[in-house]
Design a protein around this ligand. Structure first.
Ligand code: CTP
Ligand code: MG
Length: 232
């Protein structure tokens, strides 16, 4: 089965940086390598991946070129994303459609530490399921509030799982689900939610604690710690 990967990198990274002139998080280096380069490399180095497609912000063309990626024919030329993550994923899926991949993995550029074994287990799970994503058990106690002040309940933590990427699907199914999702007035938080909404059967695989999404400024220090404890 052919596997394509969409790496969504078209965000502005606002929560990770304060000033408007700072380098967007996916182009910042950790351990001497840009986050986006790390994420792309994690997939290009997978023997069972046929294509990796970065989706970038139109204003980041030069930043992308400066990464000096390429050299592997499986790394496709980047396409431009949209104003939402959902729009950026759809732009990637549209660009991949002519290649007719069997499976597609959708990955946040901001998760540079995706382990190879996790990628493999997502792909493996698609043998039986229509969607697969890595999750971690929620460890905090989760309170429910309607007004942000008064507690109206406590969630049953055993039922809750925190989602990561890559999220994998059969290409044709997630493409048509995404096309339909784009035509309704609703914002979906991840691709698995779109799959669930479309009635696809989505399963979880064990995520990894190092598979963090760089989101806030202190996540860069956390990333450096992950790299220094790393044997790769
Ligand atoms: N993303 C994208 N297109 C968008 C918004 C987000 O491709 N319009 C990508 C980001 O580049 C990131 C991933 O989706 O790799 C997850 O999004 P998030 O962590 O929220 O990144 P940003 O949207 O860039 O950050 P922020 O929300 O803090 O501005
Ligand atoms: Mg965002």
């Amino acid at each position: 089965k052919s596997v394509a990967v969409v790496v969504v990198a078209a965000g502005r990274g606002e929560r990770a940086g304060s000033a408007g002139d700072t380098v967007p998080k996916q182009y910042r280096s950790v351990g001497g390598q840009a986050i986006l380069a790390r994420t792309v490399e994690a997939f290009v180095s997978q023997p069972n991946v046929s294509w990796v497609l970065p989706v970038i912000h139109p204003e980041h063309e030069q930043r992308y070129a400066a990464l000096g990626l390429g050299g592997d024919e499986r790394l496709l030329a980047p396409v431009h994303g949209g104003s939402t993550r959902q729009g950026s994923v759809l732009a990637g899926l549209k660009a991949l459609a002519p290649l007719k991949p069997d499976l597609v993995l959708i990955q946040d550029a901001a998760r540079p530490f995706v382990p190879a074994a996790l990628i493999e287990s997502v792909i493996y799970s698609l043998g039986a399921a229509q969607g697969a994503l890595p999750t971690l058990p929620v460890t905090d106690t989760i309170k429910r509030s309607l007004d942000g002040a008064e507690v109206v309940g406590t969630e049953d933590r055993r039922l809750l799982h925190a989602a990561q990427t890559p999220q994998g699907f059969r290409f044709g199914q997630i493409f048509s689900a995404h096309m339909r999702a784009a035509s309704v007035r609703r914002e979906f938080t991840d691709d698995a939610e779109i799959a669930e909404w479309a009635g696809l059967r989505v399963v979880m695989v064990p995520g990894h604690r190092d598979n963090i999404k760089i989101t806030h400024p202190d996540d860069f220090a956390r990333a450096e710690r992950i790299i220094s404890g790393d044997t790769r």
